[in-house]
Structures are given as structure tokens and as C-alpha cells.
Design a protein around this ligand. Structure first.
Ligand code: RB5
Length: 144
């Protein structure tokens, strides 16, 4: 299950991503925001991350830079959020980091690049192997 959300700074890009997902017939739940009216990104991150954890799903979070969303998302137990800005970071976020939430900057990325990142994120698997041990150590930090 795929959950998507943005604040006002990421709203336009979120809409483009939703259009892309519709075109590709990929199902998702849009948890807001639903206009360019100012709102607080941690509120949206909370909604998306709670549903990602509950459903063992994936999430996409968009704010102006992607930074506030990634900071917020990574506070949640079970969330591995990756701020990606090109094809390579998108690929590595899945292959090496097993990220379950993709964060994007709506004021940073061109639409075409953002959609490529989304496509790679959704279609790339975790390589496991040596990365499994490292990710287990990352998740251990949640207990500190
Ligand atoms: C909102 O103006 C902006 O601060 C937010 O979208 C995001 O970029 C924060 O990291």
C-alpha cells in the first residue's frame, strides 16, 4: 500500500505525482494537504508514517525542500525515510537502505526528475546481504 502526503510547499509536486500514479494505475492513498494553503509538514508526515507502519507499506512525502518531511518521518519507529534528488539516490535508497518512505523537495526538483525518482523508488528492491546488518544497526538506534 502506498501513502502520499505533502505540505503547501510540496502540494503542486504531490499533485503531479498523483497524476503520474493514476496514469500508471498504481493505487495510493492521498492523505493531504489538498490545497496550497499553509499547513505544518509534521502533521502530514505523522499521518503518512502511521499508515506506512500500520500497513507495512510505502510512503511519499513532499515539502518545499524535503528536509522537514525527512526529519519528521525518521522520528517514527519503523520508518526509514530517504531524501532523494536524482536517479542514483533513489536507486540506492532502495537497494542499500531499504527505505520505506521517499521524501522529495517540491521547490527543488523539476517534475520530470521527481517522477523518475518515484518510478525508481517504487520499482527497486532491497539488495539485503551486507546491507541487512547495517540497516538492523540503524533500526537499533530507535531504542536509544
Ligand atoms: C514551508 O514553507 C517549508 O518550510 C517546508 O515546505 C519545508 O521545505 C520544510 O522543510
Amino acid at each position: 500500500m502506498l501513502f502520499i502526503g505533502s505540505d503547501h510547499g510540496g502540494y503542486k509536486l504531490k499533485e503531479e505525482i498523483c497524476n503520474y500514479l493514476d496514469e500508471k494505475k498504481i493505487k495510493y492513498n492521498d492523505l493531504g494537504t489538498y490545497s496550497e494553503e499553509s499547513c505544518d509538514y509534521p502533521d502530514i508526515a505523522k499521518k503518512v508514517c502511521e499508515d506506512v507502519v500500520k500497513n507495512n507499506g510505502q510512503g511519499i512525502l513532499v515539502c518545499g525542500t524535503g528536509i522537514g518531511m525527512s526529519m519528521s518521518a525518521n522520528k517514527y519507529k519503523g520508518i526509514k525515510a530517504a531524501l532523494c534528488w536524482n536517479e542514483f539516490t533513489a536507486e540506492m535508497s532502495r537497494k542499500h537502505n531499504n527505505a520505506n518512505v521517499l521524501c522529495l523537495g517540491g521547490r527543488v526538483l523539476e517534475k520530470e526528475m521527481a517522477l523518475k525518482i518515484v518510478e525508481i523508488f517504487l520499482n527497486t528492491g532491497f539488495e539485503a546481504g551486507r546491507h541487512e546488518r547495517r540497516i538492523a544497526k540503524v533500526m537499533e538506534i530507535e531504542n536509544c
